[in-house]
Ligand binder design. Structure first.
Ligand code: G3I
Ligand code: 9MR
Length: 562
């Protein structure tokens, strides 16, 4: 029987830890043995039997798992099933995901506005500076006595949000919170992640240097007069598929609102804690962050219900703004998050009632418009150092996190791919891969609280999901694995004339919504993905999707080493 590589074998295309779980999912109804071979197919090193078939309730496909967790040998291998074919190669070794932790973090360097990317750091993806952002117009929706419409502010730096070139405070909020939390949770290992960026030679870890690029932009988005924070820095309409230095559309800051201001307050309060460690390198920064956070908090208290509603703004102001709206209807969770970060940083009990009032409700997986769980992660992390007031509630706070994780594990055995992600079709939202990563993070926190390795096991299952054990067989990070996205909806990757997309970027993933009206092979939720640049509903990239990816892969590496 002559065999070829088969797309029906779905596994983590990067690899596995010698003592960790190792699972592949095979689209087959047939009973069979499976074999682990060396890459030249000359030696059989392990064999086992496929598990009983499970029907995927979403697609109707029949899936069997191959469990080779008891194979501990280090090296690069393939999995073979005679009637199906060979898998893509995978590696078993310690630190197997370290380079992925590096590349997913490095992707933020490629997203930087206001700086040329030089080949020493960017390799073949070197490009001219995009968007100096020193001449930003105050949009009429953002006008105040001190800053009338049409006047100019400077608002440089920051990361481009996604495949587009705009910069949005709400989405920066969860992104920065996730990355700052990664540093706070795993400082030692994150300090060994070297991304080769312009600041790499300084005494600050590369993760924090990268974060600083966006932090300094965020600071410029606050109206220093009153503390309110603009919703976004944006063109009126999206740019075409051009390089960032070729864009000519005027850019605006638009309406200050409560949610953007609270997200900003949370990030600044957390950043003040983190950067306090570097008084020599960053004199005054921690204090400025804290003052900005407190000013933002006061603005929010004076303006507690200002929502960003793009349609309304466009009815009342010109020009119309049609870029990403990041409209969130509820600010309840942002109050909790901002109060928490301010409380933990200042130890001032005055913030605690905002946390307490919401303590009875169950948690949900974080997303750009739902940040309450980030607050609980921070409270749990600082458990022993909280004031007496907070310490009393710590058991209940941690119980909320473990309950969230337990919900994820409920009926996980029925999931055909053996992953937490994808138990129901509802998981396949716009940016579904970020849901997979954020679920993994919830499991990591539950593991940190309980040391129950079942949580860690299933956190890894979602990493496997993202890297290939899923309904499409894609390893969803550009430049990683054997079958990864080549045509993300990402302007620089499309316009730069280089074949390979910019590496380290997580594609949004399967989403049956098809909001972009592109051509898809199917409408099945867990298979509705197309590696075409038209597809912003499944194949765009975004900073708030990459951040949980960076967190999950880095946390799992760190825990594997500890
Ligand atoms: O809130 C509803 C929920 O009640 C409902 O059950 C669910 C059912 O589909 O939909 C929820 O709304 C979704 C919303 O996100 C909130 O999660 C919408 O369907 C969905 O279309 C919407 O997608 C957002 C998309 O922008 C369009 O607004 C994505 O989350 C968001 O990541 C994406 O962000 C874009 C920026 O606007 C522009 N830059 C690129 C970036 C990534 O694509
Ligand atoms: O490129 C835009 C992408 O970043 C957004 O996520 C998406 C949804 O807001 O919109 C994309 O822009 C498209 C616009 O919405 C409609 N005309 C075509 C644009 C490029 O595909």
């Amino acid at each position: 029987l002559s065999q070829t590589t088969s797309d029906k074998i779905r596994l983590n295309q990067i690899g596995f830890y010698p003592n960790g779980p190792k699972t592949a999912a095979i689209i087959t109804a047939e009973e069979s043995s499976f074999y682990i071979l060396n890459t030249t197919h000359t030696d059989t090193l392990f064999s086992g039997k496929l598990q009983k078939p499970v029907t995927n309730a979403i697609s109707g496909k029949i899936v069997r798992l191959a469990d080779f967790s008891s194979f501990h040998k280090q090296g690069t291998f393939i999995l073979s099933i005679p009637a199906v074919g060979y898998s893509y190669p995978f590696t078993i070794k310690n630190n197997v995901h370290h380079l992925l932790a590096v590349s997913t973090l490095k992707s933020y360097y490629y997203q930087r506005a206001s700086i040329p990317l030089i080949s020493k750091f960017a390799g073949q993806w070197a490009r001219a500076e995009g968007h100096p952002d020193t001449q930003i117009l105050i949009h009429p929706s953002a006008a105040s006595a001190n800053h009338p419409a049409g006047t100019i502010i400077s608002s440089s730096r920051g990361w481009y949000d996604a495949g587009d070139y705009n910069k949005y405070i709400v989405n920066s909020g969860i992104t920065m919170g996730t990355l700052l939390s990664l540093y706070e949770d795993f400082p030692k290992y994150t300090e060994t992640i070297h991304t080769n960026i312009p600041e790499s030679q300084n005494a600050i870890p590369d993760l924090l240097d990268e974060i600083l690029w966006n932090l300094r932009w965020m600071l410029t988005m606050q109206d220093a007069e009153d503390g309110g924070v603009y919703h976004k820095l944006t063109n009126a309409s999206f740019d075409g598929m051009i390089m960032p230095d070729r864009t000519i559309k005027p850019r605006y800051v638009v309406k200050k609102n409560t949610i953007a201001t609270l997200d900003f307050a949370a990030v600044m309060a957390q950043a003040s804690r983190v950067f306090r460690k570097y008084p020599k390198q960053l004199p005054g920064l921690a204090d400025s962050c804290l003052q900005s956070a407190q000013k933002a908090w006061i603005w929010a208290q004076n303006n507690p219900e200002v929502l960003y509603q793009q349609n309304l703004i466009n009815q009342q102001n010109d020009p119309d703004i049609t870029t990403g709206s990041y409209e969130d209807k509820s600010n309840k969770d942002e109050w909790v998050w901002a109060a928490t970060e301010l409380y933990v940083t200042t130890k001032d009990n005055k913030y605690y009632p905002y946390i307490k009032q919401d303590l009875d409700n169950a948690l949900s997986i974080p997303s750009w418009n739902q940040v309450r769980t980030l607050a609980y992660y921070t409270l749990s992390r600082y458990g022993s150092t909280l004031t007496q007031t907070g310490k009393k509630d710590l058991p209940s706070i941690q119980k909320h996190i473990t309950s969230l994780a337990d919900n994820l594990l409920k009926d996980v055995e029925m999931q055909p791919y053996g992953t937490v992600m994808g138990k129901t079709a509802k998981d396949y939202i716009w940016g579904s891969n970020s849901l997979a990563a954020n679920q993994g993070i919830a499991l990591v926190y539950a593991y940190q609280i309980t040391h129950n390795s079942r949580y860690l096991h299933y956190a890894l299952s979602n990493l496997d999901f993202i890297l290939g054990r899923n309904g499409t067989g894609y390893c969803y990070v550009t430049g990683s694995g054997s079958k990864s996205p080549h045509h993300p909806h990402h302007r620089p990757s499309i316009a730069d004339g280089i074949d390979a997309p910019i590496p380290g970027l997580l594609a949004g993933g399967a989403n049956p919504g098809q909001q972009d009206k592109c051509e898809y092979p199917t409408t099945i939720a867990d298979e509705c993905y197309a590696d075409i640049d038209c597809s912003y509903a499944t194949n765009e990239i975004a900073i708030n999707w990459n951040a949980p990816m960076v967190y999950l892969v880095t946390a799992l590496e760190a825990l594997q080493r500890s």
